[in-house]
Design a protein around this ligand. Sequence first.
Ligand SMILES: Nc1nc2c(c(=O)[nH]1)N[C@H]1C(S)=C(S)[C@@H](COP(=O)(O)OP(=O)(O)OC[C@H]3O[C@@H](n4cnc5c(=O)[nH]c(N)nc54)[C@H](O)[C@@H]3O)O[C@H]1N2
Ligand SMILES: Nc1nc2c(c(=O)[nH]1)N[C@H]1C(S)=C(S)[C@@H](COP(=O)(O)OP(=O)(O)OC[C@H]3O[C@@H](n4cnc5c(=O)[nH]c(N)nc54)[C@H](O)[C@@H]3O)O[C@H]1N2
Ligand code: SF4
Ligand SMILES: [Mo]
Length: 675
Amino acid sequence: MGVPTHCPYCALQCGMSLEPGPAVAARSFPVNEGALCRKGWSATALLDHPERLRTPTVDGRASTWDEALDAVAARLLAIRAEHGPDAVAVFGGGGLTNEKAYLLGKFARVALGTAQIDYNGRFCMSSAAAAGLRAFGVDRGLPFPVTDLAAADAVMLVGANVAETMPPLVRHLRRARDRGGLITVDPRDSATAELAALRLRPRPGTDLALALGMLHIAVAEGHADKSYLDARTTGFAEVWRVAAGWWPERAEAVTGVAAADLRAAVEILAGAERAYLLTGRGTEQHATGVDQVTGWINLALSLGLPGREGSGYGCLTGQGNGQGGREHGQKADQLPGYRSITDPAARAHVAGVWGVPAESLPGPGRSAFELLDALGEPGGPRALIVFGSNPAVSAPDSARIHRRLSALDLLVVADLVPSETARLAHVVLPVPQWAEEDGTMTNLEGRVLLRRRAYPAPPGTMGDLRILRELAVRLGQPAERFPDEPEEVFAELRRASAGGLADYSGVTYERLRAGEALHWPCPDAAHPGTPRLFLDGFAHPGGRARMRPAEHTGPAEALTPDRPLWLTTGRVLAQYQSGAQTRRVPELATEMRVEVHPDTAARAGLADGDLARVVSARGAFTARVHCTTGIRADTLFAPFHFPGEQRANLATHPALDPVSRMPEFKVAAVRLERP
Ligand SMILES: Nc1nc2c(c(=O)[nH]1)N[C@H]1C(S)=C(S)[C@@H](COP(=O)(O)OP(=O)(O)OC[C@H]3O[C@@H](n4cnc5c(=O)[nH]c(N)nc54)[C@H](O)[C@@H]3O)O[C@H]1N2
Ligand SMILES: Nc1nc2c(c(=O)[nH]1)N[C@H]1C(S)=C(S)[C@@H](COP(=O)(O)OP(=O)(O)OC[C@H]3O[C@@H](n4cnc5c(=O)[nH]c(N)nc54)[C@H](O)[C@@H]3O)O[C@H]1N2
Ligand code: SF4
Ligand SMILES: [Mo]
């Protein structure tokens, strides 16, 4: 009998069973019904990998744990004494368990007293989170279980390549597919687009024009749900004032998508009894990401989809704990329970749980890119502590971030492998990994899951929770304020989240061990959890969704004769994120390739299989040319999983969305050339 747990990678959090060996076995669980993708099947390969970190290092030399922790604490205290508490910064990750994310936020605010904490979720979910929170009053990626999709007649996937990024999810789209109801919006024919009855291939960065064009058609052709708009929303008149100007031919001219295809998409969605609109990073990772998602939400609301049984709008969360990771206080502006750090009542509640005065809690800090960009700069942090991210590969404008990371007086990285960021660090702290620890994760549907320890942690490693406790004590905190048993940390998290938007107070390890399906909010021990939100009303006072006008402005930079192509970036099936984990798994070996239309390649004097350079105003990366007619001729697609010269982020644009502070990962002006 194996240990029932969940995959270490994406937000689908497929159920699996861990057997001696170590080996992965299938387990029935609703989101994946026993299926796993290649990354899930090969996940145990990293447990005993030769490159696994097993000894702390200080300035490149192996040390004992006491030496490493003493050195970190002493240097942090010295930096703080000289430059103040905000000279120490913390960077977290959406792959950390709820317990780790929670304790990391507490560690920053209480033990370090710094406002400077943010995490990689800012690069991931923040635009959809901000737009969803504004429109619906609460941000839960999917406000319904993934399995609800199985009954849909139509599903429109906007900038989401689930066939590669969450393969087992595709099984829930079977019905929509069979009925000709699957629509994709993507500048290229991704593996997901290949399954769709209708593929819209907009120019990168023009999604808002597309959404406005579709909204225009929906209203002009009588598909808008008037009674739903009247009863359940506010703001339609202002939204229509903008959309009225987006007649289909104008949308066609801006997006490159034929007006007839826009009409066909609206007809499929409006004609379906049960329809869903889902967004992914393709439409969200833009300097106008919040507006773009707002455009899609406005369309969904006009068609009466959100908060209706069997229909809906949702955003597909990405990282294993992308949802929980943004609820428990590692985000610069948030406290546990999805509370705002500027709300006096929230501060008082959380300070009470932590046993510190509310005035001692810092205010909001810099967002992820702004934080990284300030490192070592005048007035910026001089020390950075990283848990669960590899920003040396995954942050935009990578050469610049590399310089900033290298300018620090102290870089501390806790990781299981020597990531590119760990290689730049003064102190490296080796940690156990997923199958060697207990902890909870919250998947893309807001369901809290228990990950269980199946194997012993290797000697020489120390758990993240224990590291935080040991450092906190060395920084002068009472040990009992920093518990390191996951279940004990979770009990405290429950109290801290009580009464917040993401209320976990009724979730317990006991209920999770018993196999209960608990979706937050779950405010007390007798509460069954909330698999479906908004059926009775949206979370704003009065229960109405708030529509907001958003006008299309386009990408942050324009094409020039010197840089005549759009670069967009994303993922391939066999690699995960910065690749720190999956590049080390032999079964997943993948080559860095840039997808290019054959005509575009020929114009650059390149053929399929040649090495090429992709050059932007920030920098250049190299990749092998993969010719495909399934991509727009004005667009290149590159994955961001590779290090060194192959880093796609050497070329990406760090323009930030004004609301979410999400970087523009999905559009940059580039040229393609021979190396
Ligand atoms: N294999 C694999 N799976 C993963 C991950 C991984 O690294 N590898 N990471 C996980 C995480 S953290 C995340 S966030 C999710 C992301 O999951 P997805 O959002 O599905 O992934 P991406 O490949 O980033 O982007 C999706 C699609 O957006 C398209 N796109 C690019 N520009 C535009 C645009 O302007 N408009 C539109 N409409 N589409 C555009 C791209 O061509 C791409 O096919 O995946 C999760 N799952
Ligand atoms: N160009 C471009 N760039 C992108 C994107 C894109 O689409 N295009 N997508 C963005 C998105 S959506 C995301 S989510 C980010 C992700 O980018 P990163 O944050 O770099 O993601 P990972 O590679 O998952 O990094 C996680 C690191 O933490 C380690 N780790 C795993 N589990 C634990 C743990 O429990 N404790 C500790 N201490 N360490 C652990 C892993 O070994 C790894 O080194 O990249 C962003 N960057
Ligand atoms: S889809 Fe995601 S959770 Fe499922 S096996 Fe693959 S990486 Fe793991
Ligand atoms: Mo992500």
